[in-house]
Design a protein around this ligand. Structure first.
Ligand SMILES: Nc1nc2c(c(=O)[nH]1)N=C([C@H](O)[C@H](O)COP(=O)(O)OP(=O)(O)OP(=O)(O)O)CN2
Ligand SMILES: [Zn+2]
Length: 118
């Protein structure tokens, strides 16, 4: 069984490795959406794969490190593409949530990166 919990954060970024003519070379902001997918068995007593409250408690501190920051200034996010943000979140969240199966990072409602640990 898979469950998904969504979170949002606001952040600024610029992409340093695109051509200077690319509009993302300039500093700008996004309202990011993060989806964490957890995969596991449904506990017969609780009826949960993982309690959403426990997901929130584990991921909250990771999210706080992104919300209302300039992502380029965060160690490991010097080139803060959606792909790199998804990997960054995975590496910090997987040790806290063993059932984590997928991290999705939406830059816009229509464009996102998805990481499953490889
Ligand atoms: N593979 C990727 N491509 C792009 C990424 C990325 O992370 N991975 N990021 C960007 C920029 O961050 C860019 O800001 C994307 O957002 P935006 O320009 O707002 O996207 P839209 O094209 O949907 O904007 P509209 O204004 O709605 O046209 C670019 N590429
Ligand atoms: Zn952008």
């Amino acid at each position: 069984m898979k469950i998904t919990q969504a979170f949002t954060f606001e952040a600024a970024h610029r992409l340093p490795n695109v051509p200077q003519t690319h509009r993302c070379f300039r500093m700008h902001g996004h309202s990011y959406r993060v989806e964490l997918v957890l995969d596991g068995d449904v506990d017969p007593h609780t009826g949960f794969v993982v309690d959403f409250f426990d997901v929130e408690a584990a991921f909250g501190p990771v999210l706080k490190r992104l919300d209302h920051y300039c992502l380029n200034e965060i160690e490991g996010l010097e080139n803060p593409t959606a792909e790199h943000i998804a990997i960054w979140i995975w590496e910090r969240t997987k040790p806290l949530l063993a059932q984590l199966a997928t991290v999705r990072v939406f830059e816009t409602p229509l464009s996102w990166a998805e990481y499953e640990g490889r």
